[in-house]
Design a protein around this ligand. Sequence first.
Ligand code: GDP
Length: 453
Amino acid sequence: MQTIAAIATPPAEGGIAVIRISGENAHSIASKVFAPINNRNITEMSGYTACYGTIHDGEKRLDDGVLLIYRAPHSYTGEDTAEISCHGGIYIARRVLEAVYVAGAVPAQAGEFTKRALLNGKMSLTQAEAVADLISAQNEQFLLCSGAQREGSLYRRIKSCADELLSIITLIQAWIDYPDEMEDEFNGDLAPSKLKSVLSALDGLLASYGEGQILREGLPCAIVGRPNVGKSTLMNLLTGTERSIVTDIEGTTRDIVEETVMLGGIMLRLADCAGIRDTSDVVEGMGVERMLKKLGEAALVFAVFDVSRPLSYDDEKLISKLDGKRVICIVNKSDLEEKADISRLEEKFENIVKLSAKDDDSKLIIADAVKKVSDIGSLDLSTGFIANERQRKCAAEARDFVNEAYTALISGVTLDAVGIMCENALDRLYELSGEQVSETVVDQVFRRFCVGK
Ligand code: GDP
């Protein structure tokens, strides 16, 4: 396999830039461009040691920096690796990389270092996928969960299902071969109950997909209310920007403005929707339709009402659409005289806050309310979660095969057929963990990565 090299740090000016070289010739290539100040022989340096020296491009000195040596298999990729840290300029890093290429390395593809780690057994496919998630994490909770995933939490969860399935397949095989001795096992509940427990483990795993998405992208929230109640003002208060247009002309928010915010330690994906009302304006009407769709998708709804005006037909229409939803009722414009029938709202909603969206302190009131109604703060995915569509598809197919096997077993279908269904499920689990996966799938996974990782 060729020795690869890439700049591992972002293409921007910074304190240092790191050029990573990995493969059989990593150390000899490093010795062609890096001269240790104490004349140490790089190819004889032990793993996990560093030296200071100068970086050369043939005869010309390019920079000074630090060389770090890793020896196979004790490196990220599992191969001999060298990392040269030079000054963090875009041009200088590129020049050092070019010198490394001239010395014999080839450019690394996106994610190729991690792909080699996978191929060298340093991590499973799900751990490699977690590396990409870790890099893209934008909040503490998701960072912690991706960290656990990187340590193999999902892999362990899949492996325990796979091991259980394997034991069922062995049991079935034993029954087929020695039916007399195994009679008790199959007349009893052992195999069905084992299959049932794999089924519920896979159901739990599949449920973690939605929770993982919430952690990664934020809890989908919709801000709804009739025109002019202060939805855009509220959105601007929560996001701290002027994303939504605030006017007192009714129907100004015709389309949906979306923004992600952290509120009380919880990431929310907020959508400021068009005001709900009967309208003959075609464009505004389309906005209302999209608002209803957003409302359907929202896991949390901020229903906004204007305390300075009596509740109207449109307010009542909105209330009727909120049945069964998790709602925080925002009674806005508390700085104005109260004309709305608050008791009607109290009768309908459990969580009510009275505030003025124009007052910056109201953000804290809303953060408190969100913490109270949302269980996202306590979501714990550190035991592993389904992180992407590839994983979800494999898990769902495995689940369907297990379900099929369970139904077949309890309805007396021949054990040979049940065994095949279990094997199919096992195959899907091995694809999920990456133990049995095609090169095309691996390539697809690493396409998400950046060069240098
Ligand atoms: P939307 O149509 O629901 O998005 O409403 P806007 O956010 O555009 O607000 C409509 C009008 O109400 C604007 O003139 C805002 O300045 C005003 N408004 C919003 N919140 C408050 C508030 O808490 N108190 C007062 N007095 N006016 C507000």
